[in-house]
Design a protein around this ligand. Structure first.
Ligand SMILES: [Zn+2]
Length: 71
């Protein structure tokens, strides 16, 4: 195995502390996307999209969704 000469490229002067690492990563969290509520069935859905539960969009049934057998 080849031995790397670390002086050939930039090397961090000192180890990043866990506090500094965690402070940096506070901005890396994933954000929850926008949610709206279906006016017909009340399910959460993404805005400007037809409801995946009942196929409803803008006061019209635009999708044919198979009805659940629980009802
Ligand atoms: Zn719906």
């Amino acid at each position: 195995m080849m031995k790397l000469n670390l002086q050939l490229f930039a090397v961090p002067f000192r180890r990043t502390s866990k506090t500094k690492k965690r402070m940096r990563r506070t901005h890396l969290k994933k954000e929850v996307g926008a949610l709206s509520v279906c006016p017909k069935c009340g399910a959460n859905l993404r805005p400007h999209r037809a409801c995946s539960k009942c196929g409803y969009y803008k006061n019209a049934n635009v999708l044919h969704v198979a009805e659940e057998k629980e009802n």
